[in-house]
Write a protein that binds this ligand. Sequence first.
Ligand SMILES: [Zn+2]
Ligand SMILES: [Zn+2]
Length: 198
Amino acid sequence: MRIFFVLLELGENGFLSSKKFMRYNVAQLLKESTGQIRQHTLHEDISQLDPDITPLTTLDGNAQMIRTADGVLVMAKLHTSLELTCVRCLEKFSLPLKFELEEEFRPTIDIVTGATLPITDNDEAATRIDEHHELDLSEVVRQDLLLNIPQKPICRSKCLGLCPNCGKNRNEGLCDCKHDEIDPRWQALAELLNKDKE
Ligand SMILES: [Zn+2]
Ligand SMILES: [Zn+2]
């Protein structure tokens, strides 16, 4: 009866830890030899990840965690779709994003001796395995997503933008205003030139 109770508790803990947001317990992997691998499938709700990220779908993909001499190397292939606002026509649109992640995480505590490990200069907080031997992917994913969002998102390469005179979305048809139109093929160049002036 007692044994049964203990097993039940362990099972419940395992369940709880697997539900933690992008956190993985790598205690077992750290005890194994270099080159050992764990595979994980990601299917994550990232709506609370960052105020500047508006996901339209979950974050999906897979992650390989490989035991290295110093820690755990994470190699992941991920994809999601974000909602962005076009800088030309100001309409919202969906941008599918695919990205790869490669980060080595280092333990803060030696798995065998329990000793606290020194922090080196190139250790970043985001890639530290915490004292519970948990590795948190959320911060590196957040940083990578932000890096992958274009600075000046456009809904399509030939977006005609808004008429500077009447504000009409020229993708939906031309307005009656008379002015010197910038050929959309030159628009990208014009934007670059403007950027230089900033
Ligand atoms: Zn647009
Ligand atoms: Zn107009």
